[in-house]
Design a protein around this ligand. Structure first.
Ligand code: SF4
Length: 217
């Protein structure tokens, strides 16, 4: 199977089985999505969704959060991982949005990455989810699943995976492909025990073909 055939088959399967994938983070505005994505670093979406309604209510706009101190934010986010660091990042990011970007969330990767707490992955999430741009955020699930399936080969970094995926997936499909790979990694192609026996793409999966096919057939 060529790489092109593998990509085509896998994308076709995801398109048919998950036609309208969405982020599992709850949000009402792009600004609030940014807060949730920052909070979700090394934390679960479920945990972030538990605390975000009160946070959003307390700080509806960037200017509200910009006027606060990290200590004001801490009580709302104390149950997520690294709350002290994240409280600081949220306030500083809101201040930069107000002071440098006129209160509006920037929509290009370079500007987004200037915001405290926002790395390349978070910036790409914003581009893909909010503006449906041809961006591929690579988290641990995307990195692992792409490698197992064979969409990437011996990738050594998230950036390398991002480049390979963006070169091989049509730009208009990238926002959906990002969700497909994350959701597949969360619920099927799990880190420790991938559920290959019930995986719909095993026919085109390099890991299954090399490691498991002969044992289970
Ligand atoms: S067959 Fe197994 S390794 Fe391949 S994508 Fe499915 S769950 Fe992951």
């Amino acid at each position: 199977m060529t790489r092109k055939e593998r990509y085509a088959a896998v994308l076709q399967w995801f398109s048919a089985t998950m036609p309208a994938p969405e982020t599992e983070l709850h949000y009402d505005t792009p600004f609030h999505l940014l807060l949730s994505v920052i909070l979700s670093a090394q934390c679960t979406d479920k945990r972030v969704n538990m605390i975000s309604p009160a946070l959003f209510k307390a700080f509806p706009q960037p200017k509200d959060l910009a006027a606060a101190e990290p200590e004001d934010v801490l009580p709302y986010i104390k149950s997520v991982t690294f709350p002290n660091n994240k409280a600081g990042h949220l306030v500083k990011a809101a201040r930069m949005i107000v002071e440098k970007f006129g209160g509006e969330l920037p929509s290009d990767i370079d500007s987004l990455m200037q915001l405290p707490g926002v790395g390349r992955k978070t910036a790409n999430v914003m581009l893909a989810v909010v503006w449906k741009k041809g961006a591929m955020p690579v988290d641990t699930h995307v990195f692992r699943v792409s490698n197992r399936i064979g969409l990437t080969v011996n990738s050594t970094s998230p950036l390398q995976t991002e480049k390979t995926l963006t070169q091989n997936i049509p730009a208009e499909m990238l926002p959906d492909a990002h969700h497909w790979l994350i959701l597949h990694g969360r619920y099927v192609c799990k880190a420790r025990r991938p559920l290959c026996g019930e995986c719909g793409i095993r026919l085109w999966c390099r890991h299954y073909d090399k490691e498991l096919k002969n044992k289970t057939d």
